[in-house]
Structure formats: C-alpha cells, structure tokens
Design a protein. Structure first.
Length: 395
C-alpha cells in the first residue's frame, strides 16, 4: 500500500507495521505525501532549506487543522447517531399507578401503559364508593376479602361509576370503556362494578361474554370479593317468556348470556334480547350492562367491500351487533360498560359503543358514518388519539 518499494522507504523498519489501512495510517501517509510534494516543489524553484522548512511547517499546520476538523465532524456524527439511537430505543411502556385514588392495597404485579398514553392525565375523582371499608385493608383471618380488589382495580370501578353519573345529550346514560390488557383482572373489575351498584340498590344486571363456561368465572369473581350471595343465572337454562320468578325465572341477580344467545329467538318471534330488556326494566332499567370481550359485537356498520365487478357494496351488519345496539336503545338509563383489550385497534370495532359519546348530538360527528370516515384514514395514529381522549375524559 506504500507509494514506493520497501527497499526505498527510509522508515520501513520503524513504521511498516502501521501500514494497516486504518485511519491513523491513512492520515500519516497523506501528511508524508504533502511534505514530500512541498519539498520537491521547493527544490524545483531553487528555495533554500530554511524556506523548505517553512513550507513544510505550513503544510503540517494545515494538515493538523484538517485532522482536527475531521475529528470534530466525526464526533458530531457519533453524537447524532447516539441521539437517533436513543430516540429509536425509547421505552414503549411506562409504569402505571393510580394518581387520584390512594385507598386500597397495591396491585400484586407491576402494571404498565404505553408511553404516549401516560401523557394523558385522568380527571379528578368526584365519586365516593359504597364498598365495605374492609376491602381496602390487607387480608387476614378476620378479613378474608381484604385486598380482593387492588387500588388499581378500585380506581377503575370508581371511574366507571363516576362516568355512569353523567347523561349524554341524547338522553342516554354515559357508558364506560374498560380497555385493560390480558391478565390485569377485568373480570374482577366488572364484578366490583356490579357489587357497587348492588349495594346502592340496583339488583338486576346483565353480563354478556363469549362463552357460557365463563359464567363460573363471573361467579368466582363475585365470591372472591365477598358477595357470593349475588346469584349468576345462565340465560340458556332459563325458559322463554318472562324471566320473573313467578314465571319460572329469577327475581334479582346477574343474567349471564353469550353473544350467540343474544340473537336467539323462537319461531313465534320472541327473542332472548327482548326477554332481557323486559327483565332489566326497559326504559326504567338502571342496572349494569357489561359487554365483556366487546370486540365480538363489531361489524355493526361494516366497511364497504368490492364485489366481483369491483364495485364497493356495503355488507350487512351482524345480528350480534344489532342486538347489542337494540338492547342499549331500549334501556337508555342502564349503566353500560364495554370491556375489551383490543377494541381500540380498529374504528369498526367501536360502531355499537354509542354510550361513549364520540359521535351523535352535540359532538363533532353527527353519526358514526362521519366519525368512521374521519378516523379511518388516520390509521393506528388516529385510534391512539381516541384512546388518549378516552383516558383524559375519564371514559
């Protein structure tokens, strides 16, 4: 890699081992080359050695300045690369802990939320729970149900009940969206909402989920809180007709049904959804409607799909979504909770969640179609903004 043969190099024995193609060697080689060129040029012009030394000094000075500038540029590039790397490796999640709710026992596991969601601050708490004081204290032989709901879960129950105190401009009671992730104990939180309303005298509730097997989980959650006397009834095992006790049904408690059962009906046209509405109290019903795994009731207003001719055609809404919407309409004062860890992943999943007040009277969108059109183009970013807004308003 030298410019001359090894036999002609005056410093071969001292410096040949540095000729590795590295930056230090390249700079030394360039410096030596400039010095040689300066000396050659000076001899051609008949300069004296003193002049040659001055030229050499000047070339060396310029070379040193260039090296310092190159090193500074390299350091700046490294700093920029580190900054970009830090930005790209920014933590996706941030630790979560209740801010306004201080009572109760800590959650048994660490809980996080997305970093972006952590910037949305929850509103102050104005609702006071009626739950027994023993639930806030540590568990003990004389207080077996202490801490059955952690302070984080109690915070959710509080915000849900606080939201239910509000009415939408449409005249319906405002609803709440429980979007906690898998494993955080959403079933226990739903049970807590029922217990809070039970204590306040509201004793007819609906719990909808994806499988009848989950009814045992609902009963267990109520039992773990200390309210095993609240009966959970499987709709599939109750007769058609009126659900009141004198007709072979139940008087109070929780009716548990699946989304499939919601659309079931007899040949006479009598529907399970109609039964539930009547049992809850219809327009006077103030109990809870808990839609667990709420994303199963999507497709109320499905996106348009192209047919064989390439023409976009609107599909039919699912019967499940229509049933869920109808029962909410027939019970405008019911306390609705939508529960899903994935509902905010697609705007179509929100179609029947009318109680959130994201569209309708006195909002920016007159109906869901306008809301869908505005949000759909924004993709995941727009859905993230909706999640931020839901949290900021305590929804």
């Amino acid at each position: 890699m030298c410019d001359v043969a090894a036999s002609l190099c005056p410093v071969w024995k001292e410096e040949h081992c540095l000729a590795d193609g590295g930056i230090a060697w390249i700079n030394k080689r360039a410096k030596h080359k400039r010095t040689t060129q300066a000396q050659t040029a000076a001899k051609k012009k008949g300069r004296v050695p003193a002049q040659e030394e001055e030229v050499h000094r000047r070339f060396a000075s310029v070379a040193d300045a260039e090296e310092q500038q190159r090193q500074a540029d390299q350091d700046e590039d490294e700093d920029r690369d580190h900054s970009i790397e830090d930005e790209l490796t920014e933590e996706t999640f941030a630790p979560y802990a209740p801010v306004h709710f201080k009572k109760g026992q800590p959650h048994p596991d660490a809980v996080v939320e997305t970093t972006s969601l952590s910037f949305a601050e929850l509103p102050p708490i104005t609702y006071k729970l009626a739950l027994p004081e023993t639930i806030y204290k540590p568990p003990s032989p004389i207080n077996p149900h202490g801490g059955a709901l952690s302070n984080l879960q109690l915070e959710t129950v509080t915000y849900a009940c606080q939201r239910h105190e509000s009415m939408l401009p449409s005249g319906c009671r405002a609803g709440f969206f429980l979007g906690d992730g898998v494993g955080l104990g959403k079933g226990r939180q739903l049970a807590g909402i029922i217990v809070e309303n039970w204590i306040r005298g509201r004793k007819r509730h609906l719990w909808v989920s994806v499988s009848a097997d989950l009814m045992m989980d609902a009963s267990r959650d109520l039992k773990d809180i200390g309210f095993s006397h609240i009966r959970v009834w499987n709709l599939a095992k109750l007769p058609y007709g009126k659900l009141s006790r004198k007709h072979g049904g139940v008087e109070d408690g929780v009716i548990f049904c699946t989304y499939a059962a919601m659309v079931a009906k007899k040949s006479s046209g009598q529907t399970r959804a109609g039964q539930i509405t009547e049992w809850l109290g219809g327009s006077a019903a103030e109990g809870c409607m808990l839609f667990d795994e709420a994303h199963k009731a999507k497709n109320l207003v499905p996106e348009k799909k192209a047919n064989a001719n390439g023409i976009a055609k609107k599909g039919a809404s699912s019967q499940t979504a229509i049933a869920c919407q109808t029962i909410q309409t027939d019970c405008p004062l019911a306390r609705v909770v939508y529960c899903s860890a994935t509902a905010a992943s697609s705007v179509a999943n929100l179609a029947y969640m009318e109680r959130l007040g994201l569209w309708g009277v006195q909002t920016a969108f007159a109906d869901f179609h306008l809301f869908h059109s505005a949000v759909q183009g924004g993709g995941v970013g727009a859905m993230e903004l909706i999640a931020l807004d839901l949290k900021r308003r305590g929804l």
